[in-house]
Design a protein around this ligand. Structure first.
Ligand code: OGA
Ligand code: NI
Length: 364
């Protein structure tokens, strides 16, 4: 756990403040010696591939159509694990307001943001990368992470204490996005023979959390990373880019590819839990964020998870409908979460830990 001893590599309470003062060299705790490069195409006839686009209007007449309505969605979740969602139906004015309020939040004076400061040993609140060791690298970003559902799990000093307009806007936004997420869970489930009812039972009133991230400009953007490569420990993540600045990258076929956001689209990605529920049909994509030399970037990610008492494992209806052997263990969500945040993973990723390897000695 991070400590505030004099050995702490942090000289500021926020990267945003550090970036304001920085003229020359980036402090060494932010420098990533082993950062993998972003892929650049040196052949103009084969431009960079871009993530698939899914149009929600395509699902309006699902019952009338006799074609497989899930072809594109299934391919997007299998081959990529990420897509842009257009015509998603979430009120444009609400999204505009949400963006304005997140921007205002990060523009508040530091002492106002520090009211929500992440304290050592916790993972909810405003702060920089959580440090597990003193020599760990720090991402070039300030973040605010919190659990928003179930409501009784909300920390009383976070969302309930937000400036009222931000709080009310976020409440509306969370509610709209939960509906959208439920719709997407239904579709992504059906596409791989998971019964819609099973998805509803698992995800309705599920564990929901939010991360707002502020990536300040950096004089040496290629030396740092805004967000370390990871996959999300979620069912799905719905990402809203708050400012126009790009920075999200995904790893596809071994190379890092930038994501160009379409106006008004959400970026949706498959997380570890949906990969597990789909019994490996879907890909929980590895992603990271880079930063810009002159412009700030802000994003708002929402994570949708099973309810805490639900089992996380290959969907029972999928196993029954397809006869496929389960490739992952099953664990109750509450325990899954505890293990995830306790980081006792023995160097393994969470997905690796959940995988069953037939033929090898396994304990479930
Ligand atoms: C995350 C995430 C991407 C971004 O918060 O897990 O991947 O663009 N964010 O900020
Ligand atoms: Ni992520």
């Amino acid at each position: 756990m991070g400590s505030n001893s004099h050995e702490s590599p942090r000289t500021h309470d926020s990267v945003q403040e550090l970036a304001k003062e920085l003229k020359l060299n980036v402090p060494r705790h932010y420098i990533q010696e082993h950062r993998e490069p972003t892929f650049v195409s040196n052949n103009s006839s084969s431009p960079l591939p871009s993530i698939p686009v899914i149009d929600m209007n395509d699902f309006n007449n699902i019952l009338q159509s006799n074609k497989d309505p899930f072809i594109n969605l299934r391919a997007a979740c299998q081959e990529w694990g990420i897509f842009q969602l257009v015509n998603h139906g979430v009120d444009k004015l609400l999204i505009k307001k949400m963006k304005e309020e997140v921007l205002k939040f990060f523009n508040m004076p530091l002492e106002d943001k520090l009211r929500y400061k992440l304290v050592a040993g916790d993972y909810q609140g405003y702060g920089q990368t959580i440090l597990h060791t003193q020599d760990q690298k720090i991402d070039w970003a300030d973040r605010f992470y919190m659990i928003t559902n179930p409501v009784h799990r909300r920390k009383s000093n976070l969302l309930p204490e937000f400036p009222p307009v931000l709080r009310d806007t976020m409440e509306k936004y969370l509610c709209e996005l939960q509906k959208l997420a439920m719709y997407l869970f239904g579709l992504t489930g059906q596409a791989v023979e998971i019964d819609k009812q099973e998805m509803i039972d698992v995800f309705e009133d599920g564990m929901q959390s939010v991360r707002m991230t502020y990536y300040p400009p950096c004089p040496e953007p290629d030396l740092v990373i805004g967000l370390t490569p990871h996959s999300d420990a979620a069912g799905i993540t719905i990402l809203l880019q708050v400012t126009e600045v790009e920075g999200l990258e995904v790893k596809k076929d071994g190379v890092w590819i930038p994501v160009n956001f379409l106006p008004d689209a959400f970026v949706v990605n498959v997380g570890d839990i949906l990969e597990i529920m789909s019994n490996g049909a879907y890909n929980s994509i590895e992603h990271r964020a880079t930063v810009n030399a002159t412009k700030e970037r802000i994003s708002l990610a929402m994570f949708f998870n099973p309810k805490l008492e639900a089992d996380v494992g290959p969907a029972k209806s999928l196993v029954a409908n397809t006869g496929a052997p389960p490739l992952y263990k099953t664990q109750v969500m509450e325990q899954y979460l505890k293990d995830f945040f306790s980081r006792k993973l023995n160097g393994k990723t969470f997905l690796e830990r959940m995988k069953i390897r037939y033929g090898e000695a396994t304990q479930t």
